[in-house]
Design a protein around this ligand. Structure first.
Ligand code: NDP
Length: 333
């Protein structure tokens, strides 16, 4: 598959370009950036044969099979709508947009145009998370009672820009990290949270946006979910726990971009280390996307998954802002 990159971004450089090139016949044809200087420099550094500042011109060029959007968050919607209108399959970064209306509009437009539209929620591609999901689905912990997600990390210095100081670009820990928790919780529990209470704060890095948030969600079956998200915790570690009536699952160090961490199942029979395949998460995500384009299966996270994760994240922020419990309305999704 021949890819067009929209956004000369860190995530494209560090993970997505290698993941695209790792596929059989995979190549990156062109990068679009906001400035010619940055586009040219990014293209040279990553051996991309063509670059420019016009998305329209790039979409009109022959030979592009799919578009990957990893610009700052406020640009996802207009860029995705342009790519969809041009008949391209689209893999878009999370959060899909700045509002439920934007995100749902992207998904509806892709449906109408008959193209694959997916959200880059990488965690559900991980061997660790897929192993945990299988344990839950197989009833190994019995009825699930609660889930704890601890995703309080330290934002690396090279990413300490718009995420910390630019609300108009979609900054803040909630659209950045809580949105991933939302997708991960849905992935493991197989149900959509219905309401949320939350508090958020600025704890050292955020300037005008929250850099830390704690929230509690409930699901239709009565599972209580606690999510702790931050950009300011250097040594907290990350992970998730799922506690059921018959057992508990501990996923340590697994809320990451790398295929690392431990999974342990604890039941009346004792403690069991759960093994899982340690492949690259993003390479798997691109493989799933390409299979969906070929008509074989669905993307790891489709457009509706992206709408729902954004809806939950927006409800968390509104709960924290207002101090009031929020019902989560998925707008028909
Ligand atoms: P970056 O800050 O690296 O890039 C975002 C945009 O900022 C780029 O498109 C670029 O604009 C501009 N930019 C980047 N570096 C510079 C620079 N040195 N000087 C000036 N401008 C610069 O963001 P990320 O890669 O961290 O995130 C991009 C998107 O990907 C976000 O939506 C984020 O939420 C998502 N993301 C998803 C992850 C996942 O695992 N699914 C992980 C990380 C991010 P231009 O293209 O116009 O040049």
């Amino acid at each position: 598959m021949n890819w067009l990159l929209v956004g000369a971004s860190t995530i494209a450089a560090e993970y997505m370009i290698p993941a695209m090139r790792a596929q059989p016949g995979g190549s990156v044809a062109h990068v679009v950036s906001g400035t010619a200087e940055r586009a040219g420099e990014f293209a040279a550094r990553h051996r991309i044969p063509s670059w420019g500042t016009s998305l329209e011109a790039a979409l009109a060029a022959p030979g592009i099979d799919a578009v990957y959007i990893s610009s700052t968050n406020e640009k996802h919607h207009p860029q995705a709508m342009g790519a969809i209108a041009a008949g391209k399959h689209v893999l878009c970064e999370k959060p899909l947009g700045m509002s439920l209306a934007e995100a749902s509009g992207m998904v509806r437009a892709a449906e109408a145009r008959g193209v694959v539209f997916a959200t880059n929620h990488h965690l559900r591609c991980a061997g660790s998370h897929r192993a945990i999901r299988a344990l839950v689905a197989d009833g190994r912990v019995g009825k699930v009672l609660s889930m704890r997600v601890h995703h309080a990390v330290y934002l690396p210095p090279h990413l300490q820009g718009w995420r910390l100081n630019d609300p108009a670009a979609g900054g803040g820990v909630i659209p950045d990290i809580t949105v991933h928790d939302a997708d991960t919780v849905r992935f493991h529990l197989g149900e959509d949270p219905v309401d949320v209470v939350a508090q958020m704060t600025q704890s050292g890095l955020g300037q005008g946006v929250e850099d830390s948030c704690m929230s509690v969600w409930s699901t239709p079956s009565g599972v209580q979910v606690f999510a702790h998200d931050s950009f300011t915790h250097r040594h907290a570690g990350c992970g998730l726990e799922i506690h059921g009536a018959e057992g508990s699952i501990f996923g340590r160090g697994i809320m990451t971009q790398k295929p690392v961490g431990e999974v342990e199942l604890v039941t009346a029979e004792g403690r069991e280390r759960v093994s899982y395949p340690a492949y690259d998460l993003y390479t798997q995500g691109i493989a799933d996307f390409e299979a969906a384009v070929a008509g074989k299966g669905r993307p790891a996270a489709d457009g509706a998954d992206g709408v729902k994760s954004l809806t939950i994240a927006l409800a968390v922020r509104e709960a924290a802002r207002s101090g009031a419990r929020q019902r989560i309305d998925y707008g028909g999704f």
